[in-house]
Design a binder for this molecule. Structure first.
Ligand code: SME
Length: 153
């Protein structure tokens, strides 16, 4: 998206997370940095995998569903596919879980620990088809920085 300095944001994230291994603090700062610097977002947050459930982690935006059970929704679909998932129109995605009714499009990036899916970064927008390949590569870089900074278990 024009007007966004992705390189500067990645440097800011690296310096925020540098030398800090506290996972909650790093998730909190990362969601805040993304939420306040990428335009047209209404929700940015982490869900952490506990077996067959995803449990809400630090986020920015309105209060959200706490537990997402396996088998439904965009977050679990990204986990099953083991890759980033862009949904241009959440209303056209069967099983989408609407935590905030203003959400129109969504991108979910898996977070890995030792090759296994530890959780996801979920980003929502009130604009249809808000997310493109540039957002995908930027957000995947943020997740890599996060994975490298934290000692996830
Ligand atoms: N839409 C997600 C649920 C999480 S909220 O968007 C914050 C899903 O379908 O898995």
């Amino acid at each position: 998206m024009s007007g966004v300095n992705y390189t500067s944001l990645l440097l800011q994230l690296s310096s925020l997370l540098q030398g800090e291994t506290d996972v909650i603090a790093n998730m909190a700062n990362m969601t805040s940095l993304i939420y306040h610097n990428l335009p047209q977002l209404n929700w940015v947050g982490f869900y952490i995998r506990h077996g067959d459930e995803l449990v809400l982690g630090p986020f920015q935006g309105k209060p959200a569903c706490v537990r997402l059970k396996r088998g439904r929704g965009v977050c679990w679909a990204a986990i099953e596919k083991n890759q980033t998932l862009i949904v241009p129109d959440v209303h056209a995605f069967e099983g989408h879980i609407a935590c905030d009714s203003t959400s129109q499009s969504e991108i979910v990036i898996p977070v890995l620990s030792n090759g296994k899916i530890w959780g996801v970064l979920d980003v929502d927008s009130p604009i249809r088809a808000r997310f493109d390949k540039t957002d995908q590569s930027f957000l995947e870089r943020t997740v890599q920085i996060f994975q490298n900074a934290c000692h996830l278990k």
